[in-house]
Design a protein around this ligand. Structure first.
Ligand code: SF4
Ligand code: SF4
Length: 357
């Protein structure tokens, strides 16, 4: 059912409890089946013919954010998302995936994005950098895209944004694994970016940056430009004196390290530099940087809103253990999820808009 390599990881996890306390889904649902160990055990049983991969098991495989908190903690190097993704492929191919997931896949087929709408365009001409907005910011957090573009303009950067920006493939990859359709999306996206001839691509959403930087080459979808996260790019503008720091706003905030900046890129300093330049006084949550607890992902929010809202509330609990009143983020996915559960008296801050004001 799943590859031998993925099965090898599942077989190791099924004996192990070591990362169970870190899984944000398990913490919020309290369900034993939502530990990496249980998911490994289920797939091991299927492989041995002791259980059937049915709709319930498929549902379980979708109760995961692919946040990599388990991977980051694993002293022996095992990776639950490897077998969870492959199990999702199996679920979709055999028509066992939850209806909400299938609907998102149909939306991607019909419109190119999970929301099933025409993606709003931020098209503009420019020559220094190409900004890749991504479907989450475009459809759900447009103010963050506008904020980033304003920040770049303030710094004198001539930024181009594509009209009809193609999907990066990351949403489909999280929904159904690294299947051919994802590779096709990657190739189309790389071709559109390469056609501009621009040598720097600034990627707003770290999820898009991850698939571009880590997966495109294996599909022959190389991008002939430097791919840089928007956080790293804007922090460099601040460091180079191209963006002036704002006056202190008097608010104490804590930066949320989103899953893929935290555990794919190990990128922590840029968001803090941006937050300081936006005038915030900073403190830290206990679970920060590589240990930052997930607040959810946009795709998971779209197919299991109740669970992701609880996960986001769990991240707000971390903030409540500090003196901070503001959760600071430069991730459209984190902003969207955190906004579902903002407690009274707290605020989630889009750092690009804050810096642009
Ligand atoms: S990822 Fe590592 S720590 Fe977690 S269950 Fe698997 S083997 Fe154990
Ligand atoms: S990737 Fe995250 S949500 Fe999925 S099993 Fe690991 S810790 Fe839990």
């Amino acid at each position: 059912m799943i590859s031998q390599n993925a099965l090898r990881h599942a077989e190791k996890c099924r004996f192990c409890f070591m990362c169970r306390h870190l899984c944000p889904i398990q913490l919020q649902t309290g369900k034993e089946v939502n530990t990496p160990r249980a998911k490994g055990l289920l797939l091991s049983m299927v492989n041995k013919g002791a259980a059937e991969f049915d709709k319930d098991m498929a549902q379980t495989m979708y109760e995961c954010l692919i946040c990599d908190a388990c991977v980051n903690d694993c002293a022996t190097g095992y990776q639950p998302p490897l077998y969870i993704r492959e199990a999702r492929t199996e679920a979709v191919v055999n028509d066992l995936a939850p209806q909400a997931v299938m609907q998102l896949i149909e939306n991607v087929d019909a419109t190119g994005n999970i929301y099933g709408v025409q993606k709003p365009s931020f098209a503009q001409e420019g020559s220094d950098v190409l900004v890749y907005i991504g479907e989450v910011a475009a459809c759900k957090v447009p103010q963050m895209a506008e904020g980033l573009l304003k920040v770049l303009a303030k710094a004198g950067v001539s930024a181009k944004v594509l009209d009809n920006e193609p999907a990066s493939g990351v949403m489909l990859a999280d929904l159904m694994g690294y299947v051919d359709e994802v590779a096709q999306q990657a190739k189309a996206c790389a071709a559109a970016i390469n056609a501009t001839g621009i040598k720097t691509v600034v990627v707003l959403d770290s999820y898009d940056a991850e698939i571009m930087k880590q997966r495109y080459a294996q599909w022959g979808a190389e991008i002939n430009a430097e791919i840089i996260t928007a956080t790293a790019y804007v922090a460099k503008l601040i460091e180079d004196g191209k963006l002036a720091a704002k006056a202190a706003c008097g608010t104490l905030g804590a930066c949320h390290d989103d899953d893929r900046l935290a555990r794919t890129f190990y990128e922590f300093a840029p968001i803090r530099a941006i937050a300081k330049a936006a005038g915030y006084q900073l403190t830290e949550m206990f679970n920060k940087e590589r240990l930052a607890k997930s607040c959810g992902s946009a795709v998971a929010l779209a197919y299991m809103p109740n669970i992701v809202t609880k996960v986001a509330a769990g991240r707000w609990d971390d903030l409540a253990r500090t003196e901070a009143t503001a959760m600071l983020t430069a991730s459209p996915e984190a902003y969207l999820c955190l906004s579902q559960a903002t407690p009274e008296g707290k605020q989630v801050v889009d750092l690009y808009s804050a810096l642009a004001e």
